[in-house]
Structures are given as structure tokens and as C-alpha cells.
Ligand binder design. Structure first.
Ligand SMILES: [Zn+2]
Length: 259
């Protein structure tokens, strides 16, 4: 196969978008890598290297050894608090404003889609945007969680002294039912799903492109590494999403339409 330029790939993607009416995006860790957030699934990368996330980011571990949980999560929160959306996040927000994108479904907990201005956002693994008391349900924005830590290094509710937990889905926890249902509905009704920066291997994201395909829709897969859907993708691009998506916005003239 002759190597395709980025512009040629973007051109094919733009044609697919133009011929589609109901478009949703499904995003994973790869879209946030250009913002300086490591993908823990990439070997040798970042703060997951020295710990097993299954053991630390686990609801049972949170209750059994809350201090160890926060020893790990506190610097991670700190790391996420000053990260900014990149050109790929901003491009998806621009597509939504231009009426080209119905919603973003994300596996990411980093809240960068919201920072970028995406309005219809489904966070299937929750978000670090807030943390809640596991006893009384009181909630705090990310910026205020640092003020809740006691001398032991545990985040404690200022009202009832209960344990405070980030509103992210930990291993061993149920996925948020309403968000999963909404994601499934969007996937089923989409005639195009843009899969961006996801290996499409982790549930529930792994099952969503299948729903779009089963209902006669198309999928575009934009990520560097391989996915189980590569053979089904109508457009398959391996280029940097922070380059591809802004180029797509430009090709569609969507930025000029943006409010
Ligand atoms: Zn409380």
C-alpha cells in the first residue's frame, strides 16, 4: 500500500463526516497524551510504572488502606489539576459547536473535554472533577480536595469526618449506569463513530463501536496503536490526533462556523 499523507487521510475522514448525520466521538487516553498525561497502558510511561493500578486504584484497597490509596492518588490529583486541553480536545469541541458532533463519550477521568468546551459529555469512568464523602455524600471540586487531608494523609469530610473518595470508577466498582446507558444509546443511533486515542480493548468502550456497526453505521479509528476494530474501520489513521482533528475541523470549515 502506498503511504498516505496526513492530508489525504484527513480528506477521506472529512468526506466520511460530510456524508454522516449523527456523529459521536469515543475517546481514550491517547487524546490526553499531548496534554502531558501519560497513558498507563503504555509500558515504561509515567506514574503507573512502579505500581499495579489494579491493586492501588481499587475500591477494596481504598477502604482497607485509605492512606496508601491517597499516597498514590494525591500526587496524581496534583498532576492533573494544572493540565490543559490540547488541540485534539479543542477540535472536538469545535465540531460540536459547528453541529458536526452530537456528543463525546470518554474513558478519561481528566476532565479535559469539559475544559475544552464540550457540552454533551459522557464520562463512563467518572472524573476527578469532584470527590465525595463516602458516608454523607458531600462533594468538593478538585481544587478543594487538597484542603481536606488530615495529618495521616487521608482526605476527610469536613462535615462528618467520613472518608472522601474521588468520583472516578475504581477497579471493583460498578460503572455509572446512566452514563453507560446513554453511551450505548448514542452508539446505536450514530451513523459515524470517531474512535480517538483508544485501544478499544477496555469495557465499556470496547463494545461501543460494535453497536454502531451493528446498526449500519461507520467507524473511524484514529489512534497510534492497533485496535480490535482496525479491520472494520472505514477510515483508519495512525497519525497524531492533535494534528489530525484540527486539520479535520479546517477541512470541514467548522472553525468558521463556531460560535
Ligand atoms: Zn461526610
Amino acid at each position: 500500500m502506498t503511504a498516505e499523507t496526513v492530508a489525504e487521510g484527513v480528506g477521506r475522514l472529512a468526506d466520511l463526516v460530510r456524508s454522516s448525520q449523527r456523529i459521536v466521538a469515543l475517546t481514550g487516553a491517547g487524546i490526553s497524551v499531548p496534554s502531558g498525561i501519560p497513558d498507563f497502558r503504555t509500558p515504561g510511561e509515567g506514574m503507573w510504572e512502579e505500581v499495579d493500578p489494579m491493586k492501588v486504584a481499587n475500591i477494596e484497597a481504598f477502604h482497607r488502606d485509605t492512606r496508601a490509596f491517597w499516597d498514590f492518588y494525591r500526587p496524581r490529583f496534583d498532576m492533573l489539576s494544572d493540565k490543559l486541553p490540547n488541540a485534539a480536545h479543542l477540535a472536538l469541541a469545535a465540531l460540536e459547536r459547528a453541529g458536526r458532533l452530537d456528543a463525546v463519550i470518554t474513558q478519561n477521568i481528566d476532565r479535559l473535554h469539559r475544559s475544552a468546551g464540550t457540552r454533551e459529555l459522557i464520562e463512563v469512568h467518572g472524573s476527578v472533577d469532584t470527590s465525595s464523602c463516602t458516608t454523607c455524600g458531600a462533594s468538593w471540586p478538585l481544587e478543594q480536595v487538597e484542603g481536606l487531608f488530615d495529618d495521616e494523609g487521608i482526605a476527610v469530610c469536613s462535615g462528618c469526618m467520613g472518608k472522601v473518595k474521588p468520583d472516578v470508577v475504581l477497579f471493583g466498582e460498578m460503572l455509572p449506569v446512566a452514563a453507560i446507558q446513554r453511551a450505548r444509546e448514542l452508539a446505536e443511533s450514530a451513523d459515524l463513530m470517531l474512535c480517538v486515542g483508544s485501544s478499544l480493548e477496555v469495557f465499556p468502550a470496547a463494545g461501543l463501536p460494535e453497536l454502531t456497526l451493528a446498526n449500519g453505521g461507520s467507524i473511524a479509528v484514529l489512534t497510534i496503536g492497533p485496535t480490535p476494530y482496525d479491520g472494520d474501520a472505514h477510515v483508519r489513521l495512525h497519525d497524531d490526533v492533535a494534528e489530525v482533528l484540527p486539520a479535520l475541523v479546517e477541512a470541514l470549515g467548522a472553525s468558521a462556523e463556531a460560535a
